[in-house]
Write a protein that binds this ligand. Structure first.
Ligand SMILES: [Ca+2]
Length: 533
């Protein structure tokens, strides 16, 4: 009797010692408890609009059979957003939010945040890899390297990052899949019992969109690299997006922005041939991503791990590629502010759909909730597990977005129910614009220019009379006021350090911008030339 409590302890020490020698970071006690803990496979694409995918746009010609299967087996979120960016490199804050569960102005890299105590120091110790390592998960990551969150990324126990945007398996998306497959095979060989958290990221379809030759051919596209000529027209190319415009009607406030001026294959062009070719390239890269996702899912199934794995498919933000006459990710229209978000796993109703109203910064809280882990105190996200379990349709009503990587104060938006307000206060007051949309009636955010017969002839889409910007329509003056006051409320509550022309200044002294602090550029021109987010 006296020996019985000792024996398991001795055994445990022995097993821990053996596992330590074998290089495995956890021990038998945790392994026993891990029997029911779910695995997590978090898949994130780089620059992908939800409207590229059939799950969001059934008429899209992009073939993604594996992502479609995920959608059929799980839940599709119609209201998944990233909170925005204070830098032309939109990827960077987005990826910080995913990892840390912090709101945009309280990120460690937000202008003035650390100095003003809006973000505690060493927050990387409260990010996904750190939290899941401490909880006894085996954490693994593969993704791109640049414009991310290095301090958190390096905490994954196993990490294989590289920028893979080439048109073959060694230099493209297959490389990332191979790293995951290697890892899974190794787990099987050494019979690891710990649950895994795999962060499976891609470097594509972010430009340069050099697709695999057979997929480029399928979408009628070429890797066009000559700025002096147009790419060939090809009827297999995707049609122009319904909200395509040959130009955005006013400067959006970021002169010289890389994504709007220098992306190879597009440059400043918005003509039909250029945009359709570039969409073909985007789709070639996205179909390849789908293939790679399929390979990993097949392996998980063969290993018998699929039923106990939560799978999330998303992107760090959307992208325009011709929509509204824009090319990049530095705007707040739905095609860019929203992200694709599909979740599959135990307890999630197959073929379900929810509004969700989630931010990417809710991922940390949700993964913790699904795994039975206490989220860190620094987390600001809301777990949407109740949405995944069908108990709720949404976790918040009001959503806020920012882009001010160019001139300040920049753009802001707010959404509540069907209504969305976007305001632009850029170029030293030269551009002060307001857009008000009812997204139920005008989901593609058509503006006056979409009604131009020449544009209609190109897109084949004739918006209805009320599908316009409603900001100056006297019938919606009250709604506009209501949304403007909601925006101010959100800006105050999220500690946005700027105010727009029509808001009280609240006694704020705006921080020096991150761009200026870096000594790269004052108006946001030069930095963004480098800021391939
Ligand atoms: Ca990105």
């Amino acid at each position: 009797m006296a020996q019985s409590p000792r024996r398991p302890a001795v055994a445990l020490i022995l097993v821990c010692w053996v596992t330590l020698i074998m290089g495995l970071p956890w021990c038998a006690a945790a392994a026993a408890a891990d029997a029911k803990r779910p695995n997590i496979l978090f898949i994130i694409a780089d620059d992908q609009s939800p409207f590229d995918l059939k799950a969001y746009n059934p008429s899209s010609p992009l073939a993604t059979p594996n992502i479609d299967r995920l959608a059929a087996k799980g839940m599709v979120f119609d209201g998944a957003y990233h909170m925005g960016s204070f830098s032309g490199a939109v990827c960077t804050p987005s990826r910080h939010m995913v990892m840390s569960g912090r709101t945009v102005w309280r990120l460690p890299i937000a202008p003035g945040a650390l100095q003003q105590g809006k973000c505690p120091p060493n927050i990387e110790q409260q990010t996904i890899p750190a939290v899941f390592n401490r909880a006894g998960y085996a954490t693994m990551r593969t993704c791109k390297t640049g414009n991310s969150y290095e301090a958190a990324n390096k905490l994954f126990t196993v990490r294989h990052d590289a920028e893979k945007r080439g048109g073959d398996d060694q230099s493209g998306s297959a490389w990332h899949a191979e790293r995951v497959l290697d890892y899974l095979r190794q787990r099987e060989t050494v019979k690891v019992k710990q649950p895994f958290l795999i962060y499976f990221g891609f470097s594509h379809p972010h430009d340069t969109r050099d697709g695999k030759p057979e997929l480029l051919a399928k979408y009628g596209a070429v890797n066009h690299a000559d700025p002096k000529s147009l790419p060939p027209a090809n009827e297999r190319q995707p049609a122009l997006p319904v909200n395509y415009l040959p130009a955005h009607p006013f400067p959006h406030g970021h002169p010289g922005l890389r994504d709007e001026t220098t992306v190879s294959g597009v440059w400043e062009r918005r003509d039909e041939r250029t945009i359709r070719n570039e969409l073909g390239r985007e789709f070639a890269c996205s179909e390849n991503i789908d293939d790679q996702v399929g390979r990993v899912l097949k392996t998980l199934e063969a290993m018998g791990e699929l039923d106990n794995t939560y799978i999330i498919y998303t992107a760090d933000h959307g992208i325009a590629i011709g929509r509204h006459g824009l090319q990049g990710k530095q705007n707040l229209y739905q095609h860019t502010w929203r992200v694709p978000f599909i979740a599959v796993g135990p307890g999630i109703q197959p073929g379900s759909r929810a509004e969700g109203n989630i931010y990417l910064l809710d991922v940390l809280a949700t993964l913790c909730d699904l795994a039975g882990i206490q989220p860190p105190e620094t987390n600001e996200g809301i777990s949407f597990k109740p949405v995944l379990q069908g108990q709720k349709n949404t976790v918040r009503d009001v959503l806020y977005g920012v882009y001010n990587g160019g001139t300040k104060p920049g753009m802001r938006c707010v959404k509540n129910g069907d209504w969305k307000l976007i305001q632009y206060d850029v170029l030293n007051g030269m551009v002060r614009k307001t857009q008000l949309f009812n997204l139920k009636e005008n989901p593609h955010e058509f503006i006056e220019q979409h009604h131009d017969p020449k544009v209609v002839a190109q897109t084949g889409c004739q918006p209805t009379a009320n599908q316009v910007n409603l900001a100056d329509d006297p019938r919606y003056a009250d709604k506009r006021r209501e949304m403007e006051s909601l925006l101010l409320r959100e800006m105050r509550s999220l500690e946005d350090p700027w105010r727009l022309w029509n808001q009280p200044d609240d006694g704020l002294t705006p921080p020096p911008s991150a761009d200026r602090k870096a000594g790269k550029s004052k108006g946001g021109g030069k930095l963004q030339t480098k800021a391939a987010s």
